[in-house]
Design a protein around this ligand. Structure first.
Ligand SMILES: C[S@@+](CC[C@H](N)C(=O)[O-])C[C@H]1O[C@@H](n2cnc3c(N)ncnc32)[C@H](O)[C@@H]1O
Length: 401
């Protein structure tokens, strides 16, 4: 998507088509007794407290108590069972508020699930080139479609000026389901995201020739320029011929910083993906996953060993990394001196500068703010193009503990 974004016209047409197919049905599911679509509902502990609409002429917010019609309407969807979305697979991880009993119904109202499924079906009906961007817009919006969107109240407390007006908050990473939450009109969330995508595409440089796609054998044989593969690196990398790679850049999970697949489960459900949790290289608090630091170090060492065999004599590997505990740096020990018997040694590292802070930041106290690009090569000697990088260090960064 980033390398070869679709033309804005493809997205415009796709939005129009999806709109023709399902907009009315979705908006009907939010219609008030006066046949106006509600934009938001405020819920608290399973009770609908407020219905928000916009007024016709200046789009100002109108807040109403729920009418019998609003309550009957939501009740109609309360028992909705997803038709195409699989049951999510969650683990016991209090750090991300998940447990094996967590269901889609805990995360979404029945109405939202029904509307998300309508959108997915409409997207399936689009020309191929439009499907992926529209699924991107949908998955980017599902957080705001969920029960995880908290309400902001009492803003301005610190300034002493009281403000009772409630504002729409956001969902936050980690499946936190606030007692008071919003249910936001699914069509509005989706349309808003698609419009943002259209704007971004319009402002981006025209797509360059992105080369010829193919499978791994075709790329290795020179018959294709690239392959995009989703899978376990420990299973995929061995399929590449030895000594055939000039540069490996990798951004693996960093010890226990973020349980990626567990956090991604809701989005994988929407996309119909079933990721192999067992082969994830990560440290997780979820006991039943048995993903401890020791297993992490073993898998990362294994990765580095395979990768070093794949590098050409002049090849390099750049590993984006940082971790708080010494324990999580262990796998680097055998690679941190000059070239080891695996044929790869540590050259040095540079600090990574991110263009924007990620929402997936670890915000806990003592959280790491910088990552490093650790460079390895057969010669373990850093070329001037590396040593010239601002902040270049020949040694390994020192973990905090
Ligand atoms: C730090 S994140 C990379 C983020 C990525 N650079 C980005 O900007 O989206 C680490 C990723 O490695 C993936 N991962 C974990 N174990 C893996 C394995 N065995 N094979 C391939 N990928 C794996 C995780 O699921 C996660 O998506």
């Amino acid at each position: 998507m980033l390398v070869s974004p679709p033309a804005a016209s493809v997205l415009h047409d796709a939005l129009e088509r999806v709109s023709t197919l399902v907009k009315e049905a979705i908006l009907d599911s939010y219609a008030t007794a006066e046949k106006k679509p509600a934009t938001h509902y405020v819920w608290c502990n399973g009770v609908m407290e407020k219905v928000w609409l916009t007024n016709g002429y200046n789009r100002n917010r109108v807040e109403l108590p729920p009418s019998e019609h609003d309550l009957a309407l939501v009740e109609r969807f309360a028992s909705y069972q997803p038709q195409r979305l699989r049951a999510p697979r969650f683990f016991t991880n209090s750090r991300i508020n998940s447990s094996p009993s967590l269901t889609l119904k805990d995360l979404f109202t029945g109405r939202a699930l029904r509307n998300i499924e309508l959108l997915l079906a409409a997207i399936d009906d689009l020309p191929k080139a439009a499907q992926e961007p529209m699924r991107l817009a949908l998955t980017a919006a599902v957080g705001q479609m969920s029960k995880m969107v908290f309400a902001i109240t009492g803003r301005g407390k610190t300034t002493g000026v009281s403000n009772k007006r409630m504002e729409v908050g956001s969902w936050v990473i980690g499946y936190w389901r606030p007692a008071q939450h919003f249910e936001i009109n699914v069509w509005n969330c989706f349309e808003h995201r698609v419009q943002k995508l259209i704007k971004a595409v319009e402002q981006s440089k025209p797509a360059q020739d992105s080369g010829k796609a193919g499978g791994l054998p075709a790329v290795c044989a020179g018959g294709a320029d690239y392959a995009i593969l989703a899978g376990d690196c420990l299973a995929l990398l061995p399929q590449i011929p030895d000594k055939s790679v000039d540069l490996i850049i990798t951004d693996p999970p960093h010890g226990d910083r973020i349980p990626y697949l567990e956090l991604s489960e809701m989005w994988n459900v929407i996309l119909g993906e079933e990721p192999p949790f067992e082969s994830e290289i990560v440290v997780s608090n979820a006991k039943e996953r048995v993903k401890k630091t020791h297993d992490y170090n073993q898998a990362m060492s294994r990765f580095l060993q395979i990768a070093s065999r794949k590098l050409s004599d002049s090849g390099s590997l750049v590993l984006f990394f940082n971790a708080r505990t010494k324990e999580s740096w262990k796998f680097l020990e055998s690679f941190s001196g000059s070239a080891n018997k695996a044929g790869m040694g540590y050259c040095g590292c540079f600090p990574l500068v991110y263009s924007a802070a990620s929402v997936v930041q670890d915000n806990r106290e003592g959280a790491l703010r910088v990552d490093y690009g650790l460079v390895f090569s057969g010669s373990a000697v850093a070329s001037p193009s590396l040593t010239d990088i601002p902040g270049w260090m020949p040694s390994l960064p020192t973990p905090k503990e």
